[in-house]
Design a protein around this ligand. Structure first.
Ligand code: HEC
Length: 387
């Protein structure tokens, strides 16, 4: 899979060069507050200038913290019947910054502990692997690092509900990232820029994604996809990464390993816990997404999951999905089994041999690869102890 490098696009924090008020108004906008609030008139939520008036007389450090908490966790019953939903896209520091900005309206109270120098956002290292919107399963984002670049593969559906994937890559620093969105065709030989995508991380496991394509915009809050049992004791089978076959440039494979598998992991009668037993194969659970093409050269993806069963091989059943396009109303995706993908690590360093047999039901023909050599394109990923 090609990695697109944008040498010109060095990410600069604009916050450093603009004043606090402007930065915070921008922050309110970028955090979607202005969908429900305006500074001086009531929308769905109260006018921010009215919030300032309500609390100005009794303003204290504990009120400041409480209001920041309301922004983060949502609130109800103070201004009317409509509650404010939680804002997971806002970090603690940003919530305080927004509170200070609101309380500085009306030429109002000097904010408590106001920092005269604008703050640079904290640096966040997002977890690598698969990200999803838990409210709308069926599509997702695979996030990998290649040096200083973040590489995002967005696997979703087109307007007819057919699977399609997009690739974006750009340098990452701080807590936000944006990149051009590429769609491949012609079996990967041709790529078109079809829009842009951005990620704003509020923690290592939560991000707001925004995209625009052909004048249409959209976005959603996404979270790191946890499917393992949280175990970090195994090491052999952390195969998490983005792989490609140099002989098949334009094709790719995201592999994510997590936790202990439920089979083959230990000797003894209770293979689910491994407690007090010897681990014989360091098993893990894996979810893989294969990015390939139909018989007309248009992008398709298939997904498989399962446990590593042997010591050095895994065989996954692969499924093709039909689902809803990013701005279409959500329908639960339907899955069709299309074949298997077998990976063999024997004698392979930093990669594996991959045998794929996918019948492309509904897309013409079948897609087969016999012992193709996949190598890791992304950096090796640690096993995350913190979930
Ligand atoms: C979906 C609509 C919506 C969004 C988005 C939204 N708010 Fe609200 N907000 C409300 C509503 C409704 C209330 C009134 C809740 C109540 O009555 O307690 C409110 C109340 C507030 C209050 C007053 C809370 C209190 O207890 O007095 C503040 C401050 C506030 N919002 C800030 C923000 C900020 C900052 C953002 C962006 C991060 C934001 N809101 C995003 C709807 C929204």
């Amino acid at each position: 899979m090609r990695v697109i490098r944008h040498v010109a696009a060095v990410f600069v924090f604009v916050l450093v060069t603009v004043g606090l008020a402007h930065a915070s108004a921008d922050l309110a906008k970028s955090k979607n507050c202005l969908a429900c609030h305006a500074v001086d008139k009531k929308l769905i939520g109260p006018a921010f200038s009215d919030v300032q008036k309500k609390y100005a007389a009794s303003w204290s450090a504990s009120q400041r913290a409480a209001l920041a908490q309301t922004i983060l966790g949502g609130g109800s019953g103070v201004w009317g019947a409509i509650p404010m939903p939680p804002n997971p896209q806002v970090s603690d520091a940003e919530a305080l910054q927004l509170v200070d900005w609101i309380m500085s309206l009306n030429g109002g109270a000097v904010p408590i502990d106001a920092d005269p120098t604008p703050q640079t956002p904290a640096s966040i290292t997002p977890l690598k692997g698969l990200w999803w919107n838990p409210d709308q399963p069926g599509h997702g984002y695979s996030l990998h690092a290649v040096g200083d670049q973040l590489v995002l593969v967005w696997y979703t559906y087109d307007i007819s509900g057919r699977p399609v994937w997009y690739l974006a890559a750009n340098a990452y620093a701080g807590s936000s990232w944006s990149a051009d969105l590429y769609r491949f065709r012609n079996f990967g030989a041709t790529s078109d820029i079809v829009g842009t995508v951005s990620l704003t991380f509020s923690s290592a496991t939560v991000a707001q994604v925004e995209w625009q394509s052909g004048g249409v915009t959209g976005g959603e809050v996404i979270a790191y996809f946890k499917f393992g049992d949280g175990s970090t004791t195994r090491r052999l089978y952390n195969q998490t990464g983005l792989y490609f076959d140099p002989a098949d440039d334009g094709y790719g494979l995201s592999v994510v390993s997590q936790g202990h598998g439920t089979a083959g992991g230990c000797s003894g009668p209770d293979p689910t816990t491994c407690s007090g037993r010897s681990v014989v194969s360091d098993a893990a659970t894996e979810v893989s997404v294969l990015y390939f093409y139909d018989s007309d050269g248009n992008p398709l993806w298939a997904l498989g999951s399962g446990d590593y069963v042997g010591v050095l091989t895994s065989t996954l059943d692969m499924y093709l999905f039909h689902g809803s396009c990013p701005n279409c109303s959500y329908v639960t995706p339907s899955a069709a089994w299309v074949g298997t993908m077998k990976r063999d690590h024997v004698g392979q360093v930093g990669g594996f041999a991959c045998t794929i047999d996918n019948t492309l039901a509904g897309f013409g023909g079948r897609w087969e690869r016999e012992s193709n050599k996949f190598v890791r394109l992304s950096d090796g990923e640690p096993i995350y102890p913190d979930y």
